[in-house]
Design a protein around this ligand. Structure first.
Ligand code: FAD
Length: 602
């Protein structure tokens, strides 16, 4: 099989610069929402594919689809729990393993827009293959693309691009999952500094059995002011290094053909030249890598949702009950319509975020997290609804629905669980408003010297709190929807300020509050992406609303849905049952018994 991708073209405008979100330096749209601001210039105009990107994307999708028709059988992969070697070789030969590796290192250098669209296609064809593809490229060798030295890139990326070296990402350990910083793996430098000795066990490693290369995170001992400390650091480790062994294949609920195992490192000697980034930069590197992984997962979930709902629609169209196709019943039509509106919004959100990644100079970390959370929950919900639409047949292995429920479930867990990502969105979003309030508190103690802080706080407050923010770039046909979203951005800014005043630093422990703020921010980001997308589509149709009525319906339904959810979440900041919830949970945890005895138990 030959590489059928179009000749590598510079589809990425900035091949040479890393796609860093750089949360500390760059502006963020979603962080602005926490200040009650709509940073419209960051989300308008909606990104578009260039003619070259479109041409390349079409060629890549055609090549992949024609390969998939004959070689990818997701039900067989699920049944066998592995990919046939010939399928993997054929997939590699397509050139897809280097899709977002820069051209200079043998890859295709696809933009984030193109890469994630292809990711989506693979996800809809076989989610396990998407995990193989993502574990390799989105996270496995992404660290080398983003942070590798020239020598590291030249040494490894061409072989990653061809598929000769399959990559894996080793962060999770038995005692450290969500709390990655608690890792135990160590990398101790040799006396002459020429190498590190790596010890530790990593678990749940996707691609472990296929991998020739691992990006591994371990703690390096350092001396800080005479005190011994440990700093998380990243390394590139070759599978062929002595001292590496693999655990048994995990028996999983879904994505069964994706090879997941533990990887054990025992006195593995890693050349110092294989350290990725500086000592102590490992955690930041891991977060940056996961930022890109999350977007692929979102694009894959969007296409997966579309694919499984299309199966359900086809089934419901031919299945008759009560003398008519079940697709004519409103309870099923509602499921179809809501999934369509959500899919429309999610496609808008991941594409808008991919545009930010391509543009650079933007902090897109909250946007990728928002896309991942929404997409994973949508895909799992849609798979369940699709199964429900097929009734008993939905439960049968003859149909793809049960596999889709199993395969989509993992998306809520890996690359940051949705709980952790909600906390991350809220706490990162709260940082700037918190700093403003803190500066104000200090300044009020010394108003003369603190005059600058007071006036900048008041200026910010005047902008975000007293004046409701507005959209000025949304097409007038969506004026009502824009108004609804703006009203909740205003409410979010005020809710943030109220929550910070009420809880102060203790907000770190107030996850009921964090979850509400994060949910509102996720919905408001998706609603904004929807407004940006529909505005571009109306403009493309030269203002002919009838030409885009399918898009308009989806956009309107989603924005109203997101508005209602955001409003509910923000109102619940003040009016809620949190104290009771806490008491109930406390009793259940204490007794390890969920609820008071049932009447029959007494
Ligand atoms: C199929 C599969 C493939 C994977 N692939 C990889 C891979 O390639 N590389 C890799 O490094 N890892 C991988 N993982 C690991 C995955 O990233 C972790 O499972 C995930 O990060 C959660 O960690 P944990 O399983 O230890 O759960 P825990 O951290 O123990 O969490 C358990 C539950 O508690 C919640 N929780 C934990 N802390 C908090 C908190 N502070 N606030 C609120 N809720 C909290 C979590 O959200 C979750 O619901 C994979 C996992 C699976 C199942």
């Amino acid at each position: 099989m030959t590489n059928v991708m179009p000749p590598a073209a510079s589809t990425h405008p900035a091949d040479s610069r890393p796609h860093l979100a750089s949360p500390d330096e760059n502006p963020s749209f979603t962080k602005g929402l926490f200040l009650g601001e709509i940073r419209e210039e960051m989300v308008f105009p909606f990104p578009a594919l260039s003619a070259e990107e479109k041409e390349n994307l079409d060629a890549i999708l055609d090549a992949f689809r024609s390969f998939a028709k004959d070689h990818i059988d997701m039900r067989k992969h699920d049944h066998d729990g592995r990919f046939p070697d010939a399928m993997r070789e054929g997939f590699h030969a397509l050139g897809l393993m280097g899709l977002n590796i820069p051209e200079a290192y043998g890859g295709f250098g696809a933009s984030a827009k193109v890469f994630n669209r292809v990711f989506g296609e693979i996800g809809a064809t076989d989610p396990a293959l998407a995990v193989y593809f993502g574990a390799h490229q989105s996270i496995g060798c992404k660290g080398i693309v983003l942070f590798g030295t020239e020598e590291q890139k030249q040494q490894y990326l061409p072989r990653c691009a061809s598929g000769e070296l399959v990559a894996a990402f080793c962060l999770t350990e038995p005692g450290s999952g969500s709390d990655a910083q608690a890792m135990k793996a160590t990398a101790v430098p040799s006396a002459d500094g020429s190498e590190y000795v790596l010890n530790g066990t990593k678990i749940w490693i996707s691609n472990a059995g296929y991998a020739g290369l691992f990006t591994v995170f371990a703690k390096v001992p350092v001396d800080v002011d005479g005190k011994k400390k440990e700093r998380v650091t990243a390394f590139i480790v070759e599978r062929s290094s002595p001292g590496i062994s693999l655990g048994k294949l995990e028996e999983k609920m879904g994505i069964k053909a994706s090879d997941t195992r533990s990887v054990i490192f025992e006195n593995v000697r890693v050349p110092a030249a294989n350290r990725l980034g500086d000592v102590g930069h490992g955690f930041k590197i891991a977060l940056e890598i996961l930022n890109s992984g999350r977007l692929g997962l979102a694009a894959g979930s969007a296409r997966g949702t579309r694919a499984i709902m299309n199966e359900a629609i086809a089934y419901a169209k031919q299945r008759e009950q009560f003398g008519r196709p079940i697709a004519s019943f409103e309870m099923l039509r509602r499921k179809i319509a809501l999934a369509a509106a959500e899919c429309y919004a999610l496609d808008a959100a991941w594409m808008l975020t991919a545009g930010m990644v391509d543009r650079g100079g933007v902090d897109f970390s909250l946007e990728t997290a928002a896309c991942k959370v929404y997409a994973s929950e949508m895909a799992y919900r849609a798979s369940n609804e699709a199964l429900q639409m097929a009734g008993g047949m939905g439960y049968s292995k003859e149909f793809p629905f049960e596999q889709s429920v199993r395969d989509s479930r993992i998306m809520l867990i890996f690359e940051g669980t949705n709980e952790i990502l909600r906390a991350l969105i809220a706490l990162m979003g709260l940082q700037q408003p918190g700093e403003r309030l803190k500066a104000l508190g200090k300044a009020l103690q010394d108003p003369i010297h603190g005059f600058g802080a007071i006036s900048s706080y008041l200026a910010g407050r005047a902008k975000s709190t007293l004046n409701k923010p507005d959209f000025t770039k949304v097409h007038s046909a969506l004026a009502d929807e824009a108004e609804l979203v703006a009203s909740q951005v205003h409410a979010l800014g005020r809710g943030v300020e109220w929550a910070l005043r009420k809880h102060g630093k203790a907000i770190i422990e107030r996850q009921y509050v964090q979850e509400r703020l994060a949910n509102a921010a996720i919905d408001l980001f998706l609603a904004t992406a929807t407004l940006s997308r529909i505005t571009a589509e109306i403009e493309q149709a030269n203002g002919d609303l009838e030409a885009v009525d399918a898009e308009l319906d989806c956009a309107r339904v989603f924005v109203h849905m997101a508005y209602r959810r955001a409003r509910r979440a923000l109102k619940a900041l003040k009016a809620n049952q949190d104290a009771r919830l806490d008491a109930i949970a406390e009793r259940a945890v204490e007794a390890v018994d969920l609820a008071p005895p049932a009447p029959t138990d007494r």
